[in-house]
Design a protein around this ligand. Sequence first.
Ligand code: ADP
Ligand code: TRP
Length: 335
Amino acid sequence: MISSGRETKKKPIRVLSGIQPSGQLHLGNYFGMMSRMIHYQRENDLFCFIVNYHALTTIQEKDRLKRNTFNAAVDFLALGMDPDKSTFWVQGDVPQVAELTWLLSNITSLGLMDRSTSYKDKVAKGITPNMGLYSYPLLMAADILLFGTDIVPVGKDQKQHLEMTRDIALRFNHTYGNVFVIPEPDIEEETMLVPGVDGQKMSKSYGNTIPIFIDEHELEKNIMSIVTDSTSVNEPKDKDTQLFIIYSLFLDEKERLELADRYDSLGLRYGDVKRELIERIKSHFSPYREKRNYLLSHPDDIHQILEMGAKKAAGVADQYLHQAREAMGLNYGNV
Ligand code: ADP
Ligand code: TRP
């Protein structure tokens, strides 16, 4: 079990994270968040959801959003998310989070929101900002606080959003009394920033991803397109590069040392390493591929799983929302 530093508590640790259905899920999502969440479900009280309200900030085509949401749920389930061991749902099916976002917006300063680097990055990348994009960190804070979350496993890009969430929760508790649990981020050094084929952070919005369930022919093209330097065969190679880093994610300690040795010695060809990586990726995901094909042909099962998850999530959300409304003076019946 992961540690929140509060081991004396009897309650299991609540672990929560979400993923945007904004495109095909990729190796950065898988190592940075998904595989860790799937692992944590064994011993923790795991809450996991597809954040379609967040995706609205950048997707306006309804069919694309619907398809991406369904596919993201299928991918997660195929990779091992177990709806009997976790609470797994789609964000928009528990709309209480939108109400909490409004409540939190009244105790959040513009100064805090203006510091959001992810907002600035997205605007710098050419996204025309709307209010949803600006309020994105508030909605994420509501996501986390609405479920009494202890731990939030994420990649490094989400660190600031977690800091903002903590600030907002502390401000709320200070103003209105202790309602919210103060969450801790869980960011893993080795997987916190998986590079894309071009060496920048792998991201759906940068077009540099290696999708988890890409078809096999496309996978070959994709891996062959990983940018390498022009070092000759008879020189040692730089290990601080995307091909080495991505391949290492699939290797155990011993295999990683062997690969490092080959990089340090003469005679290594990047083409050979790329071909080995293709085989690794194929064999790593092939059992999940079969499960995914099965799930794709049983859409009713998926809808049922998500409906059950939303019901479980709503039960917890209602409790926290009630407490927040009570604390703020919205429940005026008992005046
Ligand atoms: P994207 O940037 O591709 O749109 P999301 O914002 O939906 O991905 O991220 C979902 C989760 O995956 C988050 O926890 C995020 O930190 C993690 N993640 C995304 N890209 C990477 C990456 N390249 N390396 C590590 N973690 C990542
Ligand atoms: N902002 C996160 C991302 O882009 C997704 C997200 C939304 C999230 N709500 C969350 C992550 C709550 C953790 C907890 O990756």
